[in-house]
Structures are given as structure tokens and as C-alpha cells.
Design a protein around this ligand. Sequence first.
Ligand SMILES: Nc1ncnc2c1ncn2[C@@H]1O[C@H](COP(=O)(O)OP(=O)(O)OP(=O)(O)O)[C@@H](O)[C@H]1O
Length: 720
Amino acid sequence: MKSDSRGSYDSAMDTPALSRLSFNDRKMSLLSSKSSTTLSSAAGTEADDVDEHINVVLRVRPLNNAELMRKDAFVASFPGAGRIECDANTSVRSFGFNVVFEPEATQQDLFEHSGMKKLVDMSLNGYACTALAFGQTGSGKTHTMTGPPQQFEGGKHPPEDMVGIMQRSFEYLIHMLQQNGGNKVIRASYLEIYNEQVVDLLNTVRRRHLQVRWSKNRGFYVENLFVVECETVDDMMAVLEEGMKNRQTGSHGLNETSSRSHSMMSLSIDSELQDPDDENLYVTKRGKLTFVDLAGSEKVKDSHSTAETLVESNNINRSLLVLGNCISCLGDHRKRGGHIPYRDSKLTKLLADSLGGSGVTLMIACITPSSHHISETMNTLRYASRAKKIKTKPLIKMDPREKLIMSLKREIKILRNENQYLRQQLEFPEKTKVAMQKESDEKYKNFMKEQENNKGGEKPKKDPKSEEAGLYEMLQEYMIENEALRTENADLHATKDKIRREQQLLYKDNEKMMKRIEDLERLIGPTAWQRPAIDPYSQPSSNAPSQVQSPRQSPALQYRSAQPSGQPFPIGQQGRYPSKEQYVIAASPNGATRGKGPPPPPPPNNSKPRRPPHRLADPIMRPAQIPPDHQNGGPAYDHPPPSMPTQHTANGPIRQESPARMDSRAASQLSTSESVRSMNEKLKQELVELEGEIAHHHNVNQRTRSNLYGSQASIRSGPR
Ligand SMILES: Nc1ncnc2c1ncn2[C@@H]1O[C@H](COP(=O)(O)OP(=O)(O)OP(=O)(O)O)[C@@H](O)[C@H]1O
């Protein structure tokens, strides 16, 4: 397998900043090589059918205040090449990992060099990826995943350099999605397993316990989990904050903000990607990115747990024990094929696919270097060493229908190439389509003439051999023409598909803008715009899963500050009232000049209330019903709709649309595209107008406020 980033890791080692990490290059290359998997290899299951080791990295946190006060010894040493040595009282034990992050390593180091970026890339390519932090309580799992856990108390925000790999991954994910283009949908869910019960962290009404079910297609999954659609980094941050706010935490002897549950935040990413082999072929990959922050193992004696925390500790330790058993079985090649006790805990059920199935997993083992915790540290290191031996079979998840289409297209391509090769072998002429058409027309005419003559007059004596050769030659010509027609037909279908795709993207864009306009209108107030009740876009989609909600609709996320009217603000401003500049700049397509120009003139009193232009536009034509065989860019010429005329030739039937019909279809496609595009333009214009209006309101507001302050000041100073 080729490794595309190995070189960069090698060279990275030379920089002084990275002396705080040590790499095991050989193992590192395993993870990096996976991300080089392209769509080409993805389509064939064989290419995916390769076992891969789980990537395990180790993070050693600095000694904390309590440990320094106690004068604990620093028991870890770092000989390099991904190794760590621990002085375990009686002997020095050495362990090897893919990367070892020394106490000085920063959050950014961890994100850059743990393989997290690769994991995000792979989730975009359709893999189910998991980043999992484990280790003793207080060893820095939450710190690594989200940044210092205290940050989520009281809505505080950590300094940028302290945010964890989750927030960094969100940004990277959105950045990559924007770079790749195409359609994408991200849905987020967040749950915790507390005392062996699954609780939805985004819908905590009565903290209902959810059931873990199993199905053949999905494996283990949580029933009725609340799912939030996310479009921006801020949407995902809002989900994270909401989850962290609702997560069970407690204080004990080893950690003041200890997580008392295992938490899992999942992002399911449906991204439409262009096939590198065929620019007209788009496939939807169903990737998943899950962040797991396990509760820490703890010695009850050290954590001084009593009553409720004791029950929690026991449950945490029990589920971690089951996880340890599963890891032991999976890491032992003799037991791997046998029974793995996933069903013994909810945690292992939900991690089954990440550990032993078709997922890709990054494990981050966290330890403290303090001599006081050496036995727990040794446990974590042994746990992590075993996990390194686990192999998974990463598989790309995609729509089975699309997968079939892709493999068929690929087969067609191979057949075409073979065909071309055979033609070359047979020395078939390479001619232009027009020339071939002309020639074959002429040949056909001559042939028909000869037939007529033969029927009417005396049959001239002919050499049967030369007649046969002539016929054979004509047949060949027809075959070539046939092929040319097929190619042309395929080109036409590809163009049509391209137009349809463009149209769909515009629809989406329009819908997004409509949402944005509604938010803006809410901000301005209802008087500015009078809307008719009917929204041409509000046709319900039968495919949409019922529980999926936009973050703006999500009751769970309406904790954000509300407008005076009681309407929640749109997510995207980190829980703060969006300032004029933020709002205007974020919304306007014209960047710097937005909101700074003069406010739009108020509507004249006698004029009718203005309407948003898009409401007056002709109702948008939805794309015509596509015959099932033509959907998804299938080889339409093989299965035309019944109305298409069928032409029979020596090479079998060629099914084509009549030119007139094709023209009218193309015209209708074009007019639909035009109308969607003009709608798009109008919406953009409307957005700019609305933004101007907001700016105007802000100016008036500002003036009124300064007048008010002036009067207050003069009242306070009293009569002179
Ligand atoms: N690498 C680090 N650098 C600086 N501070 C750290 C580091 N790792 C952890 N800490 C600090 O140590 C404390 C405990 O960390 P954290 O809560 O992340 O541990 P944990 O493993 O999640 O514990 P628990 O399992 O009990 O939830 C926090 O105050 C955290 O900010």
C-alpha cells in the first residue's frame, strides 16, 4: 500500500517543536495510507477487504498541582520512536505506540499528529471512524477531546489554543467539505451511557432511557436518538456545548470535574463526491465520525467514592472491564474469530463496529506520569498495547444502489476499452462521426439501389464472394455508426444529468437562503414584509427522516438567548446576541461593503406593502419525473422509456430518443434551470435588501440610544 504522508511525518520530526512527540513511523504510515483510498478502490469490495490495525497513540499529561505538592516522582521517560518507558517500582517496562505525546505537547500537536485529520478525511470518504479517549480518571481524556472540562461551566469559552480535537475536527471537516464542493448533509447526535443506561444529551426531557437495538443493516444502534442537522462549525459547537452541559459530571478525590459517564458524539456525514474516473458520476458516501470520551477507571480507595459516586464508579469499572475483555479477545489472533462479548455492556455494543467491524479507530490512551498512580498507568498501557493488536476491516458505506451503478459503469468502461482494443486489432477505421454517418448513408443508398435493380431488371451475374465481402463491410460500418450513436446518446444523457444536478444544487441554495431570509425577517419584525401563506418550496419530502431537525427547530437547542418576541436566535453566534456587523457580514454576499451603505428608503405610505420578489415568481418547476432506469446516471440507452422509438440494425436494436423529443426535453430542462437560477438571483437580492434594512434599524436604534443617554446625563447634572 502506498503511504502519502509518511514523508511529511519524517520531515516533521526534524522541527524542534515536535521534539515533544515521538513517532513510530512504520505504524503511522498504516493509518495515513488508508486515507489515500480513492473512490476507485472504494467501489470494489476487494480493495477494502484488507485488515488494518487500530491506531493507538499515547498522551502523557504534565504533573498536576496535587501531584507536585505531594512531590510525586515523574516515572515516564521517552526514548523516542514511539516508545515510552515506565519505572514500575520493581522494573522498568517499555511500551510502543504509533505516537507518544510528551507532557509539553499542545492540543494542536495532538490534532495534527495523532491521525485525527486522516480520520476526518476517511469519514468524508464514507468510512465509519471513531476517536476514543481512555485512561484513568483525571488523566486528561476530556481535556484532550474538548479542552479543559471547566470551560463548559457557566458558558465560558476557552482560549483558542486550549480547545480539543473535537472542535478542531469540526473546523477541519467543514473546511474539507467546502473544498470538495458538492452536496453534503451532516447530522449530529450526542449520548451518554450513565449507570448502564443510554441517555440522549440533546433531548434531556425526563432523561428518558433509550434502547440499544440491533439490525442486520445497521448493527447496534440507539433507538429514537435525537438528531440535529448541522451546516456550520457553530452548529456543531452548539451541539457539543449542549451535550457537555447535560453530561453527568461530579467531583471526587482525583478530579474536580470528573465525567461520570461514557459520552459519544456522532456526526453522520453524507457527502456527494465526484468519481475521479467519471466526472459525470456522483456517489453519496455515508461516513460517520464518532468521538468517544470514556469515563475514567478509578480506584474507589483513591477517589474516596461513597453512596452515589460509588454506584457510578462500579458501573464505570464494570463496563470498562467488559471493554477490556473485548479488546483482549480481538487482540488475540486465536480468539478473534470466536465469541466476542460485545453484548455484555451497552458501551461495547455501541463500539462493536469501531473495534472489530468495518470501522476505522483512533485510540488515545491518556496517562499521568505520577509515581502515585503507577499501577493505574500500567493498566492503561497494557490495555493500549492490547488494543494495538486489534484489526478491523474498513469498509466504505454507501447507498447499495449507487454502489451497483458505480460498479456497472466501471464494467462498461472496461468493456469499452476492450472493445476499442479489439477494434484496433481488427484494424477498424477511426473516423469522425459525421464522416461515418455520411459514408454509411451513401453505402445504404447504393445497397438499396442495387436491391431495387435486382428486383426489377435482369439479375446480373455477380461474384457471390465479393457480394458477401461488400455486405460484411457495410455491416462493419453500421456497427461503427451504432457505437458512435451510443456514445453520443450517452453524452447527451450525461449533459442532462449534469444540468439536473446543477438544478438540484440551486434548489438547495435557494432553500438555505429562504431560511436565512426568514431568520432575518424575524430579526426585523413582521411589519416590513407581507408574505403570502403559500411557500412554493414547502412541499414535504417523503424521504426525510422524521426525527431529523434543523438546529433552529430543535427544542433541545433553544437554550440560547431569545429575542424579545420570544423567538430563538439562529444558532451560529455562540449563544450571544449577534451584533449588527456579525449578522450583516455573515449574511451578505458582498463582504466588506455590506450593511455599511445607506439604508434602503422606507416604502412610500401609499404604496402597497413590498413583497419579497421570490414569492411573486412563477412557481418553480420541479425536475420532470425521471424514469427509474434513467435515474442516477444509469446507462439510459440500454433501457429507454417505452415511448422511445426503437431502431433495428444489423447490430441489434439501438434505442434512441427522436431528435424533436430530445430538443423539447432539453428545452424544458433549460427553462427549469433558468427559472431556478433567476429565483436564486432574486433571493440574493432580497437578502441584500433585508440586510440594508437591518443596518437602518441599527442606526436608528443607535441614534435613539445616544439621545437617551444625552437626556439622562443632562437630567443627572440638574439645572445649573
Ligand atoms: N495535557 C494537559 N495539559 C494541561 N492540563 C491537563 C492536561 N490533561 C489534563 N489536564 C487537566 O487535568 C484535569 C483533569 O483532566 P480531565 O478532566 O480531562 O481528565 P479525565 O481523564 O477526563 O478525567 P475523568 O475520567 O474523571 O473525567 C483538568 O483540569 C485538565 O484541564
